[in-house]
Design a protein around this ligand. Structure first.
Ligand code: HEC
Length: 154
């Protein structure tokens, strides 16, 4: 009788334990997906803008301004979307563990991008191709600064 009780408790306990682990894993992987989704939204909007900046496609002021506005919106989310330490997540990620060792610097770089993308959105609203290109190139330096330090090199 006692043996059965112990066994039942052991099963219950391990069941709850592994369920908690699975929930943890789910939560961590969702945080990875969220961070990557923010980046993918930025990339999706950036594509046509790069074409315009490189003069491979005609400059379309409305399209450019819309892309800039969306990037500014997503750009303002990077910091919050990266806050959860996902070093233990099982999904593949290019985020370096260093992010959570030096989160203050990561925050600073996120804020720089948030500011430069907001500036780009403001300039693009004015519709001037030259000024828009310049603000765009300035902003991409802030993407690179963070990737150079905190994203895995391919
Ligand atoms: C403060 C840091 C930071 C800034 C600023 C930043 N990124 Fe990222 N980016 C990351 C990290 C970290 C990853 C890796 C995410 C992962 O795999 O979990 C990443 C991944 C990406 C990816 C790959 C996404 C995927 O999973 O397919 C793209 C594309 C990208 N960034 C574009 C940009 C662009 C464009 C900018 C500037 C407008 C930018 N990023 C600004 C940190 C940053």
């Amino acid at each position: 009788m006692r043996k059965t009780t112990i066994m039942v408790s052991a099963v219950l306990c391990c069941g709850i334990f592994s369920q908690a682990l699975a929930q943890d894993e789910k939560r961590l992987n969702e945080a990875v997906e969220l961070r990557q989704a923010v980046m993918k939204i930025i990339k999706w909007n950036l594509g046509p803008m790069v074409g315009m900046v490189k003069e491979e496609i005609p400059f379309d002021a409305d399209r450019f301004a819309l892309g800039a506005e969306r990037i500014a919106m997503a750009g303002s989310m990077i910091e919050d979307a990266s806050r959860m330490d996902t070093r233990q997540a099982t999904l593949a990620s290019e985020a370096l563990p260093l992010i959570w060792d030096e989160f203050a610097e990561y925050e600073e770089l996120s804020e720089k991008l948030a500011a430069s993308s907001a500036h780009l959105a403001e300039v693009a609203e004015g519709g001037d191709p030259g000024a828009s290109r310049k603000a765009f190139l300035d902003m991409t330096k802030d993407c690179k600064a963070c990737h150079d330090k905190f994203r895995e090199k391919k």
